[in-house]
Design a protein around this ligand. Sequence first.
Ligand SMILES: [Mg+2]
Length: 258
Amino acid sequence: MGTSMIETEKAWAAGFFDGEGSTFVRHTKRHRGGTTGKDYPLTTVEMSIAQVRIEPLRRFHSVVGVGKIGGPYKPKKGQPYFKWNTAGRPSSHQVLTTLWQYLGQPKREQAAKVWKELQQLKTNKSPVLPMLPILVTDEHKKKWLGVDFDGTLATWGCNWLGDYHATGQPIPRMVDRVKKWIAEGEDVRIFTARMDGYHPTAGHVPAHVSRQIIEDWCLKHLGFILPVTNRKDYFCKAIYDDRAYRVEKDTGRLLGEE
Ligand SMILES: [Mg+2]
């Protein structure tokens, strides 16, 4: 299958899910444990599509690659139906990220709501909840300021190479600037390579782990938590970074240097 064919199939699958599917939190009191065989309560995320005909479910399944199709189920009223569903975080996350760019806003919002609910129900024993793609809402269609973390907002004199939990001390001049911007109603976000998912000595460090470290730092030194990203978009109006040079628009000239 060529790339465009795959994209067409993804777009079809997203449209099908938009019309027929849903993402929801499922609470089960009696979930049978795989190794113990005992029942225990479980909170998880599921996605499902019910359909009288099995063919579109098979096509959908072949696009997303996960979940299973069950049925026919015979309801008390109405026609027998088949159902595709995922059962859990990894498979639901895979489906959502596969279809995300083609998914309509209502289904994206539904998924984001489910993610938020799972985040709030989180306990120490909860499995990791991988991040969803950023939900673009009107809230996000606002100009924002990106502020680098290491060397810009916090000093770089920490042992980050030895321990990715390490963070530096607040840099007062920058911290004051950020507080002033927030007071003025600016959308300020931390723009950092820490969210890259890769650490030079530890290897893979999931973005949610890095985010937590920076959020803890924010709470301690700013008194509030800023969004953390490594992604630039159209709405980013300025970047403050100790590694940046300023290039004059449309000329390539380095401002202040040439
Ligand atoms: Mg830096």
